[in-house]
Design a protein around this ligand. Sequence first.
Ligand SMILES: *Cc1c(COP(=O)(O)O)cnc(C)c1O
Length: 362
Amino acid sequence: MAHVKLHIPGPVEVSEKTFRAFCSPMVGHRGQGFKDLYAKMQPQLQQLLGTKQLVYVSTSSAWGVMEGAIRNLVAKKVLNCMCGAFSDKWLDVSRRCGKQAEALQVDWGSPIRAAQIDAKLATGQFDALTLIHNETSTGVMSPLLEIAALKRKYPDVMFIVDAVSSLTATKIDFDALGIDVLLAGTQKAFALPPGAAVFVCSPAALAKAATSADRGYYFDFVEFQKNAEQSMTPSTPSISHFYALSSKLDDFYAEGLEARFARHSRTNQQTRDWAARHGFTLFPEPGFESVTLTCVNNGAKPGGRVVDAAKLQKLVKEQGFLIDGGYGKIKGTTFRISNMGDETEATMAPLYAALDGAMKQL
Ligand SMILES: *Cc1c(COP(=O)(O)O)cnc(C)c1O
């Protein structure tokens, strides 16, 4: 069957080079070959995440680390900042982990603002918060700098940040932000196959995790640190993902991180321009739009054009491209187009041509 090119916000297209690396011959995960592979990536990962801490690779999907962060770091009560499907889900996950948890809920399409978090933390009830930097369901990017600045006021609160769909597409400096956990999955802007996540913990987070009696084993952050010190992982990882990640990191530095960030901004602007050309408005509150995907308003909010999103998706698919028809309660009343990963102006152009063609038939 002919491949339908992915322009959904994850998983995204994976290059032939990455697939070749993924299929490298197997090595033992306690042997020197594996240690060398991980050790070679470590400085590249540290530069990517802006940290001197060791960066861990968990070959689970992102939710493993997201749940792990709750189990490792919440003793008293967690504030789950919620502005879309993924961030809303984190409240449910916190409760399923048996933790006291409270929602800071804003309307879908709005970002989370520092003042809202400040008001909640001022109660003194919380020892952790979760934040999704780029809420993939709504295409909203919350102001991470503004929010991270609160950490100075609340040094004992663990700031846990999901950058699943923004890391590698925009600059995020973990140490400078002063936050406690930063995590990302690899099937979004990394453009790797699904099934791996990278994350980093502050020294304070590691110290707190060490005091948590019920942090479990598989996502025990203390185990990740102990093993990373020897360029290993707690259990047998998907070694194929390590090969693929190593190849991808080489790609990132061959291009240059700044160039990679700029490329994402440009291809994202192309999608916004396409939407505007066809009379659509965007779903996110202006000024808080993601740079990795575009969530087009299609009746969820007043204003702009409305089309049959399912039909648009179908017509575009017939031309070989998969876009997303909207997520959760805004399915159909929004649709989403991803520019994550390896996409350039040239590789995005055929998608817009297909979308233009489809629009003529609606
Ligand atoms: C995709 C996504 C997740 C979930 O990742 P899984 O790999 O399915 O565990 C979490 N957060 C955000 C922001 C995402 O975009």
